[in-house]
Design a protein around this ligand. Structure first.
Ligand code: SF4
Length: 222
């Protein structure tokens, strides 16, 4: 057995794999295969995927690649939980990029993104104060961002908004990559965030968790 096929026998604990509409990035609206990995070492106040903290089953990379292939879609998002906790996520992303997929990675922004395959588009959260986890932000990641990547602020109130705006300016984030501002679903009114962005002439992308408007917000696998 050669080393490439050896790597395919490595396993990852998978919470779910499903096909849906990408709802939370500049790819929003496109059909996409989601691979949700188990485990997260944050506990955001607004977390909507607590079921991914522990639930899941081990699958080989080969099984995961096969399941992805069956959907006949060229866009794949690796998400969680926090997908960078399991080290075998790195060969999975490389295998997917080698196979010609456009690969998105959604990460909480508290772990180093340096080892991610450079073909992967990294969507990096910067956790705002109301998440309860803003002291965990791995600020060194900002220097690694390229125009392939995206930064996302999930905003729960006016304090979060002002905090995100200050970070945007401090690090000139707009010069690095697209910047997404999203309201916490059910907590901050969409209209309020949209109006604040317009009043301040902020060069950011307002976005909603699109899947929560298409299907019931608590529905899994969408
Ligand atoms: S990083 Fe994501 S999965 Fe982890 S607690 Fe926060 S919202 Fe939930």
């Amino acid at each position: 057995m050669n080393s490439a096929s050896d790597a395919l026998q490595n396993t990852l604990k998978i919470n779910e794999i499903f096909y849906s509409i990408q709802g939370e990035s500049t790819f929003a609206g496109r059909p996409c295969i989601f691979v949700r990995l188990t485990y997260c070492n944050l506990r955001c106040t607004y977390c909507d995927t607590e079921y991914a903290f522990h639930e899941g089953e081990e699958r080989t990379l080969q099984q995961i690649m096969q399941e992805i292939k069956e959907y006949a879609c060229d866009l794949v998002e690796i998400t969680g939980g926090e997908p960078l906790i399991q080290k075998n996520v790195y060969p999975l992303m490389t295998n997917l990029a080698d196979a010609g997929y456009t690969v998105l990675l959604e990460t909480g922004g508290h772990l180093n993104i340096a080892q991610v395959d450079p073909r992967v588009r990294r969507i990096v959260d910067i956790k705002c104060p109301s998440s309860g986890e803003s002291d965990k932000v791995h600020w060194d990641n900002i220097a690694l961002l390229t125009d392939l990547d995206e930064v996302k602020f999930v905003i729960g109130d006016r304090e979060d908004y002002e905090w995100a705006k200050a970070i945007l300016e401090k690090y000139n984030l707009n010069e690095r990559c697209p910047v997404l501002f999203a309201p916490v679903f059910g907590q901050l009114k969409n209209k309020h965030l949209a109006e604040w962005i317009l009043e301040d002439r902020l060069n950011v992308r307002f976005q909603l968790q699109m899947h929560k408007y298409i299907w019931p917000p608590e529905q899994r696998g969408v």
